[in-house]
Design a protein around this ligand. Structure first.
Ligand SMILES: Cc1ncc(COP(=O)(O)O)c(C=O)c1O
Length: 421
């Protein structure tokens, strides 16, 4: 039987029972649960077919809307033609690590040895896949904040470890309550994964919080991985690195990304920096997983890191868009403020409409807003019910941004949303 025929007849391939338990074992590929982003996609399709003339107002896309800066593309243009950039980059070239060290010194006054305390990664996502390989044996625990970016948790489980979830609640400023963690969990915890500025809540960390984390890590003997993907999109003050905290370099690493703050999402560049021994363990696992990012891309990324006008411009754009969005949403009844950082606005989900609809979860509100009003948001129901609005929509001019906001406000006004007080 050809593969095509066996797929059509729903006949399992001979290797169905061979799939590893970590991805579902013999049940792999048969899961009928529909995931959040697939539900959003389906609701968008329905909205477009029910209202073909109505434009979708898409606040659901979590990716920068602009190309990398023209100066970065120009460096790439030149480097791509140089013979010396052609080969395996392995654990990375000195030029990028040195630019990362200059970046950490200039922005955060953190001094790092580029040779031993910094290593590139092919975007920051693979770093979260690889760091658990450095620490997690079966039964070990990774503490992760929820809602959040799940990759380190997924890989912790792949290695037979467990994830202990730390809910991020509005009443705690979206910082985890580390005092509530049971001692049995602390005894088995090897990693704490943090992410500030936080996605999706938009919260930033405080110096006091980081000081507490450093003290706890030493007392309870775990390492800290701080995800700084959105760090250059900080709005409530200068960006704050975990490594600025006294003693932080003794307990962990911070993972940086070129994606958000430098409009380089698809270029796949980031770096892990901090404690030399952790960076070296990461580099060893990485060396056994990939052969490094194309050197021309590393050189373009180094040029980006050396040009502070790039993140300054991108930060100003998303701040402006967030301010406009907050003003519009407030007029429609949302209780929200410009977040401390990220390009996300995380707002309490409505409980229903004046017309009598009720929403048990943010997911219900999302579906209603997409299907009835063509407004796309992302629901989060992990710790309370919230809608995430991303300001990465496509608008070439400020006038287009304003028109989009006006239309959003009109449609949300028509929706007549209400909140349980
Ligand atoms: C919080 C957070 N961390 C890390 C990443 C990974 O970014 P990248 O792999 O593009 O560096 C993302 C991407 O969406 C993110 O939202």
């Amino acid at each position: 039987m050809s593969t095509e025929t066996s797929e059509k007849n729903n006949v399992d391939p001979y290797f169905q029972a061979l799939f590893a338990d970590r991805i579902g074992g013999a049940s792999y590929g048969k899961d009928t649960e529909i995931y959040k982003f697939e539900k959003i996609k389906r609701a968008k399709r329905k909205a477009l077919s029910d209202h073909p003339g109505r434009k979708l107002l898409d606040f659901g896309i979590g990716e920068n809307d602009s190309m990398a800066d023209s100066r970065v593309r120009e460096v790439m243009n030149q480097e791509v033609n140089k013979t010396e950039n052609r080969g395996y980059a392995d654990n990375g070239i000195a030029e990028y690590k040195e630019a990362a060290a200059r970046f950490m010194k200039r922005h955060f006054d953190v001094s790092l040895d580029p040779a031993t305390q910094i290593n590139h990664s092919i975007g920051s996502k693979p770093a979260y896949a690889m760091l658990p390989a450095c620490f997690i044996n079966p039964g070990d625990v990774t503490m992760m904040t929820v809602p959040g970016y799940p990759v380190a948790g997924t890989h912790t489980r792949y290695y037979g470890g467990e994830v202990f979830k730390l809910p991020l609640l509005a009443e705690n400023g979206f910082l985890p309550d580390l005092d509530s963690v049971p001692d049995d969990i602390y005894r088995r915890t090897k990693m704490l994964v943090l992410n500030y500025p936080n996605s999706p809540t938009g919260a930033t960390a405080t110096r006091e919080f980081y000081e507490k984390v450093v003290a706890l890590a030493k007392a309870k003997q775990f390492i800290v991985v701080q995800d700084a993907a959105h760090i250059m999109l900080s709005f409530d003050g200068p960006p704050l690195s975990f490594l600025q905290t006294p003693g932080a370099i003794d307990v962990g690493v911070e993972v940086h990304s070129m994606s958000k703050g430098y409009d380089m999402i698809g270029w796949r560049m980031g770096f892990v920096c901090g404690h030399e021994r952790i960076v070296s363990a990461f580099a060893d696992v990485k060396d056994n997983s990939d052969s490094g990012q194309f050197m021309a891309i590393q050189k373009a990324a180094a040029a980006a890191l050396d040009d502070d006008s790039i993140p300054t411009r991108i930060q100003a754009k998303y701040k402006r868009r967030l301010e406009k969005l907050v003003a519009s949403l407030k007029r429609c009844g949302f209780d929200c403020n410009v977040p401390g950082g990220t390009y996300f606005l995380y707002a309490k989900s409505p409980s229903g409409t004046e017309g009598g609809e009720t929403f048990a979860k943010a997911e219900d509100a999302t579906r209603h807003l997409i299907e009835q009003f063509g407004i796309v948001t992302v629901p989060w129901d992990d710790a309370g019910s919230f809608l995430r609005f991303s300001v990465t929509y496509v608008a070439d001019t400020e006038a287009e941004e304003d028109a989009l906001m006006q239309e959003t406000e009109k449609r949300l006004g028509d929706a007549g949303l209400v909140w349980n007080k």
